[in-house]
Ligand binder design. Structure first.
Ligand code: ADP
Ligand code: MG
Length: 691
């Protein structure tokens, strides 16, 4: 698409356009109106509809500046049917002069009942001749930036449409085959764009407003299609690589299943099957496993690891924090070591925690293939870690990792020609629409049920001034043999945020409860101490654990049944849900007390309401998406994925479904159309997802 510089605009205007994200001619054409004003029609004053932007025309019969209640310009406009007042609270001398009695004007504004009679405050007012023709299309209103008027944008776009139309129009050519458009009942691209910039006077205003007009649907469909095409292309490209075939031999996996004190849930069985089938294929798995907090993803991961081991391939498990990686190491060692030992295989743990010597042994075990499972943080994928025969990579809490970290993983494959299978796990459930859209380059498995016997955590909202009640509650729980978390948001004093520090909290709680054993864990603690504290909490030696949000992800201490979260109003929904998921993990009921400080912002109030009312992670995610929008919600995933400007995933679900199907169809049957469509929509901006 030609850059804007080919286009007769000034440097100043160009810079403003860039601010609006418009860098080429296609961008400009896709700068679609926010709304429209109807200047195609004149209403008689005595019949003017209220509370709507409408146009009237008349002669100014009186004009004066009055000073009470404040200085303002008031003109009476008369059209033979009645009189209307126009008022300006801010005005220039030039306006006073222009709006003198006898002048014919057209006003565009909202008529309201006023003190003197019907009035328009600050209407758009234009001096006109008698019989001046009316507009023959609705007037588009564009979003702008300071220093660039909607009028300038209107002129630029009108000029461009004129030129595009006269010179056979390279920009607006159709990219989609006719039969597809017919089947979906979508209008042509070119007509849609022209229509949206210049809708006829009788265009259905409500459909345009709601963006459900067929022309809007066409644009949204094209946008969704471009996104689907780009992501499905990645999916196919990665799928075309080869991966080790890891057959389900059901030896070690069955042994694990038999040794577990529980039976897998139906949801777990379903995803285990999907993963097992993928592992046995010749191309690399690229699957995202979603399951709410505590739905039991770890055991699913363990079964996948065993399927790799059964085929003599290594597996790697990466966790976002040291605490979590250590916990995985312990848990998986308990489950798997007895099965691996008879095979002479071990589990390696790579941690910043380790002495150099110990770490070297671990690295050697991995490199020489004695360790069949390697567990660690992203340290696991640094240069010096070499695998002997890596067949499966599992990334826990994948949303915590950046694109680059995930990319570095894939390079650890067992040979130049083989890519390991990849399983990503996430406890941040992604609403279906969003996952179909932004995760279209992955296969998605969902654990859609919780292990039986879980009693939902009871959530209480308590204003900070009532913290005394909370402290005595904690004391009662601990004395009754239960364990509790006390979560503080930050470790260091930050006056601006007035957050209680974990250190202070610990001090204070120790004074209040001299008889309780209180531990402290936070991000700045040396790793060794961190894990020592976690261990004694797991063993029940510590009754109350004061912690920063380092315990947010994954930590699993079943006996902990009470959690207090300070300044809950500052935390995001996903974070609160994750934190709350740390309690009530055994059969016993859990309680989560959210302390908040007033005054609450509107948004904070909404968040607390959502977390109070819902325990289902999918519902919380849906609300989170509603409050934050997809850009923020998706976080780091966003980079590289084409974001949507026009389509609304809730409203346009049917279009998304269609776009997904058409993307597959085009890639298989009309690759040239697919290429053209992608080129138009993503062009040089397409930063394809690599992982
Ligand atoms: P998450 O999905 O958050 O990673 P975990 O894998 O840590 O959850 O599992 C949470 C707890 O539930 C663990 O203690 C785990 O052993 C237990 N668990 C997992 N699956 C089941 C099941 N089918 N029945 C009972 N308990 C289970
Ligand atoms: Mg987990």
């Amino acid at each position: 698409m030609p850059p804007l510089t080919q286009f007769p605009i000034s440097k100043v205007v160009e810079e403003k356009l860039i601010k609006l994200g418009i860098t080429d001619e296609f961008d400009l054409l896709m700068h679609l109106p926010l709304r429209y004003e109807d200047e195609t029609h004149l209403y008689p004053i005595n019949d003017v509809p209220l509370s709507r932007i409408v146009q009237i025309e008349g002669i100014i019969c009186r004009s004066e500046i009055i000073y009470r209640p404040r200085r303002q310009l008031v003109c009476q406009v008369e059209d033979g049917s009645g009189v209307l007042f126009m008022r300006f609270l801010n005005f220039y001398g030039s306006q006073v002069k222009a709006y003198s009695p006898g002048t014919r004007v057209r006003l565009l504004g909202e008529a309201r009942p006023g003190f003197f009679g019907t009035e328009m405050v600050h209407p758009k007012c234009r001096v006109v001749r008698e019989q001046e023709p009316l507009a023959d299309a609705l007037t588009p209103v564009y979003s702008t930036t300071a220093g660039l008027s909607s009028e300038t944008i209107r002129k630029l776009i009108r000029g461009m449409l004129g030129r595009t139309l006269s010179n056979g129009d390279p920009h607006l050519a159709e990219t989609l085959p006719d039969p597809i458009l017919e089947r979906l009942e979508l209008p042509g691209f070119r007509n849609s764009v022209i229509f949206l910039h210049q809708p006829s006077a009788d265009a259905p205003a409500a459909l345009l407003e709601r963006r459900t007009h067929p022309a809007w649907r066409r644009i949204k469909f094209d946008e969704l299609l471009a996104q689907q095409l780009s992501m499905r292309m990645h999916y196919r490209r990665r799928r075309s690589g080869s991966a080790p075939v890891l057959l389900a031999r059901n030896q070690l996996t069955n042994m694990l299943l038999e040794s577990l004190p529980f039976e897998l849930t139906g949801g777990q069985k379903k995803v285990v099957f999907e993963i097992s089938r993928d592992l046995a294929a010749t191309h690399p798995m690229q699957r995202l496993l979603q399951g709410d907090v505590a739905s039991g993803k770890t055991v699913v991961a363990a079964l996948a690891v065993l399927q790799a081991v059964e085929n003599n391939y290594q597996a790697a498990l990466m966790a976002p924090t040291e605490i979590l990686s250590e916990q995985h190491y312990q848990k998986l060692s308990a489950w798997l070591a007895p099965l691996l030992a008879p095979l002479g295989a071990t589990i390696a743990w790579v941690s910043g925690n380790q002495k150099k010597k110990q770490r070297e042994i671990m690295l050697a075990n991995i490199a020489e293939g004695r360790a069949m499972l390697a567990i660690g943080t992203h340290a696991l994928f640094q240069e010096q870690v070499e695998f002997n025969k890596l067949g499966l990579v599992i990334i826990d809490e994948q949303h915590r990792f950046g694109v680059h970290q995930r990319l570095s993983l894939r390079k650890k494959g067992s040979g130049a020609f083989e890519t390991p299978h990849q399983l990503m796990m996430s406890a941040t459930p992604i609403p279906r629409t969003l996952s179909m859209s932004y995760y279209a380059d992955l296969d998605v498995s969902v654990i859609d049920e919780m292990p039986p016997g879980r009693i939902p955590v009871v959530t209480r909202l308590v204003a900070d001034i009532r913290r005394d009640e909370v402290t005595s509650r904690v004391q009662d729980a601990c004395r009754a043999g239960k364990q509790a978390y006390w979560v503080c948001p930050l470790i260091e004093e930050s006056e601006a945020l007035q957050l209680k520090t974990a250190l202070e909290t610990r001090e204070r709680l120790s004074l209040t409860f001299p008889d309780l054993k209180i531990g402290l864990v936070h991000g700045r603690l040396p790793l060794r101490e961190k894990s020592a504290v976690m261990e004694s909490f797991t063993r029940g030696e510590i009754q109350l654990l004061v912690a920063t949000t380092v315990i947010e992800v994954g930590v699993d201490v079943p006996n902990a049944s009470l959690m207090v979260i300070e300044h809950a109003e500052r935390m995001g929904l996903a974070q609160l849900h994750q934190l709350r998921g740390r309690v009530g993990r055994s059969g016993a009921s859990g309680t989560c007390i959210l302390l908040y400080q007033k005054p609450l912002s509107e948004n904070a109030r909404e968040r607390l309401k959502v977390i109070f009312e819902h325990t289902d992670g999918f519902e919380i995610a849906r609300q989170d998406l509603r409050l934050r929008g997809p850009g923020e919600f998706l976080g780091s995933r966003q980079s590289g994925v084409p974001m949507l400007r026009f389509a609304d995933l809730e409203q346009d679900m049917d279009l998304l479904d269609a776009a997904r199907a058409v993307a597959e169809d085009l890639l298989c049957n009309h690759p040239e159309a697919a290429r053209k469509h992608l080129e138009r929509w993503l062009g040089r901006k397409s930063e394809y997802l690599q992982v």
